[in-house]
Design a protein. Structure first.
Ligand SMILES: C[S@@+](CC[C@H](N)C(=O)[O-])C[C@H]1O[C@@H](n2cnc3c(N)ncnc32)[C@H](O)[C@@H]1O
Length: 217
């Protein structure tokens, strides 16, 4: 797969991200002052992992946005795990905490997904959980699906993505309807007592979307 280019907005965004330190504490991962992922999201990520890999005994998994490695820790047996994470400090922390203990082969690409070249049809499951520039989330998602997810999933492979709130926007529905044979959503609410003190996300309600690529598995 030939990688698309990185726009000026995205280049500046990634440069700003990389210029800030990554730190992990008892609550989760901060890039600069902002928490981007919490350990309290482990149950949510477990549901993503279970639904994405259901029925596939040794999936080849791609995660876009490695972060704290919470999703990675929720995976069962995998054939291989590939992550894309442009922040070197984040990748280092996840290696030490999680990836160095994986039984299966692990590969981490240290560039933004827009610059990574991946083999066609090589993944059974893709988890998309990045931090796009403000105002670019839906456009990035559409580009990712068309240029990465669809080419890189095998026929019958699945995509999931992080989604706050209780409904999928019309823009995302359109992308999912256009590119996937079918898609569903599964609700998840983080219990109030699990909410960390510095919770930064807009709600404790989430959807777990699972989109399946057409074609014979
Ligand atoms: C919310 S965190 C991911 C959390 C992760 N799924 C977990 O389970 O811990 C988002 C991550 O996306 C990364 N990111 C930002 N822009 C990216 C891009 N263009 N490509 C890949 N990753 C990106 C950030 O550095 C950050 O580590």
């Amino acid at each position: 797969m030939r990688p698309p280019a990185l726009s000026d907005v995205h280049r500046r965004h990634i440069a700003r991200l990389r210029a800030q330190p990554a730190t992990v504490d008892a609550e989760g991962l901060r890039i600069g002052a902002q928490y981007v992922m919490f350990f309290a999201e482990a149950d949510l990520m477990r549901e993503h992992a279970l639904l994405l890999t259901r029925g596939c005994s040794r999936p080849r998994v791609l995660e876009v946005g490695l972060g704290l490695g919470v999703f990675a820790t929720q995976l069962g047996r995998v054939d291989s795990y590939t992550a894309i994470e442009p922040h070197p400090g984040v990748a280092l922390l996840a290696h030490d905490r999680v990836l160095d203990h994986f039984a299966a082969p692990v590969r981490v690409h240290a560039e933004p997904w827009q610059l990574v070249s991946l083999p066609a049809g090589a993944f059974d499951a893709i988890m998309y959980d990045t931090w796009p520039p403000d105002g670019h989330a839906d456009a990035d998602f559409a580009q990712f699906v068309a240029q990465v997810a669809i080419p890189c999933l095998r026929p019958g492979g699945r995509l999931s993505f992080f989604h706050s709130g209780t409904s999928i926007s019309p823009a995302r529905r359109q992308v999912l309807d256009r590119h996937f044979a079918e898609w569903t959503t599964h609700p998840y609410t983080m219990p109030a007592e699990q909410t960390p003190p510095h919770w930064t996300k807009p709600t404790r309600d989430f959807l777990i979307p699972i989109a399946t690529k057409g074609g014979n598995a």
